[in-house]
Design a protein around this ligand. Structure first.
Ligand code: SF4
Ligand code: SF4
Ligand SMILES: [Zn+2]
Length: 128
């Protein structure tokens, strides 16, 4: 996993179904919009005016953090996928992006084949 795959909201695009699929692979939040999901293509968080004012380009640096939008996204992911963007952001702030990537590598690595477990499917897309 690479640091460029971590979105401003704390999402790790490296574990997203759209990134992990074989065909029409999304290039992540910071990549072009070609194969993004429609909601990510017009994402209000990535395109937030306040985000541009931050030094880190992460929401934790924003004066409105955590805003309602971010909290809603976080709630949806916690309930549906047992993953928290806010927890990710707090970890990035605490340990730095490089160490966070190491944590993510360990967290989402398939114990059977070393592939990546997809947060949306809840299973490894390499060996199922
Ligand atoms: S669809 Fe959205 S969350 Fe998934 S990899 Fe693309 S930008 Fe990231
Ligand atoms: S936390 Fe700040 S930068 Fe992030 S979406 Fe909310 S208002 Fe925008
Ligand atoms: Zn596997």
């Amino acid at each position: 996993m690479e640091t460029s795959l971590i979105a401003p909201c704390g999402m790790n695009c490296g574990i997203c179904m759209a990134y992990l699929r074989v065909k029409n692979q999304c290039h992540g939040c910071w990549g072009d919009n070609r194969y993004k999901s429609p909601s990510c293509g017009k994402c209000v968080i990535k395109n937030c005016e306040l985000l541009k004012e931050t030094e880190s380009m992460f929401c934790y640096d924003c004066r409105k953090y955590p805003c309602t939008r971010l909290k809603q996204l976080d709630k949806r992911y916690r309930i549906k996928y047992q993953m928290s963007m806010l927890e990710n952001l707090e970890n990035i702030r605490k340990v730095g992006l490089g160490q966070f990537i190491n944590m993510e590598d360990a967290r989402w690595m398939c114990p059977d084949c070393g592939g990546t477990i997809c947060v949306h499917k809840g299973r490894c897309l390499s060996c199922n």
